[in-house]
Design a protein around this ligand. Sequence first.
Ligand code: FO1
Length: 325
Amino acid sequence: MSGSEKFLALTGGVGGAKLALGLRELLGPEQLAFLVNTGDDFEHLGLHVSPDLDTLMYALSGLSNPDTGWGRVDESWQFIDTLRGLGGDTWFNLGDRDLAVHVLRSARLRAGQPLSAVTRELNTALGTRHSIWPMSDDPSPTIVHTTGGPLAFQHYFVRERCTPTVTGFEFAGAAAARPLPEVLAWLADPALTGIIVCPSNPFVSIDPILAVPGLREALRASAAPVVAVSPIVAGLAIKGPTAKMMAELAVPSTAAAVAAHYGDLLDGFVLDVQDSGLLDGFRGGELVAIAAPTVMLTLPDKVRLATIVCEFARELRASRRAAPA
Ligand code: FO1
């Protein structure tokens, strides 16, 4: 891997963190940074919880809970059990060890520190060396519109277990959210080789990032190609409610529909080998698509997919350089 290469990976929660782990095995902290959805963030029991930032932090620091993908390994639940006994709100499971992160983050934010600085402090303390950047230091919470009315994201996702029928999404506050200067600088670097959209939920993990004014434009204007990995395999979501949302929004739950959703953001698209039949639909178009094994069960699966995605980005980058201006 060339030392002058640089990649940026856009990611949400558990699905994205799998590819992030594979990328981290290949690329050092000077070569790889992460841009993370904070639309899932919310205030709960007086604490600021940043689920996607924490899922990635725990994954990269080797501390993630292997059973859930979110939260910490070797967790205990005395706090939430005690809270239950007191009649408190316990639909969102905060583990005892995890709680320390939310308490520290909340205190720092209350003292006026930006989320990006607190994120850096937490990641450094846990030994994560790669930059993990929130999409903005400004709040932009995702609202899920359902046939039963609007729901704050975690109320839809955890409290209601994604049961309500989705009619649309809103990124409240996005218009006033600003991207981090370090993200814009990373994107403007002529050495940027590839921008990777991890196999996260397009609607509630990646779209909130793209809704931050200036980010989509900066991604498009970058010297690097944007390559997305499909979170839909054989019509099903590997993790979470993506396929259910697509069905409710009357979009076919296919990898091709994911590519269409991202539209002109993408230069390259990776769909699963099980969906190779869809490749014909991309031939002759602007978007270059390839098939690869995208189901990641083990670390070698993650590294294999990361290797394929990086190589694909390099090829697209090289052909872009070769093309007449
Ligand atoms: N997801 C759940 O399905 N149930 C939970 O009780 C839950 C608690 C939780 C606590 C801390 C944290 O960082 C994440 C947590 N998640 C939980 C995951 C989470 O809210 C979602 O996976 C994401 O927001 C979607 O990416």
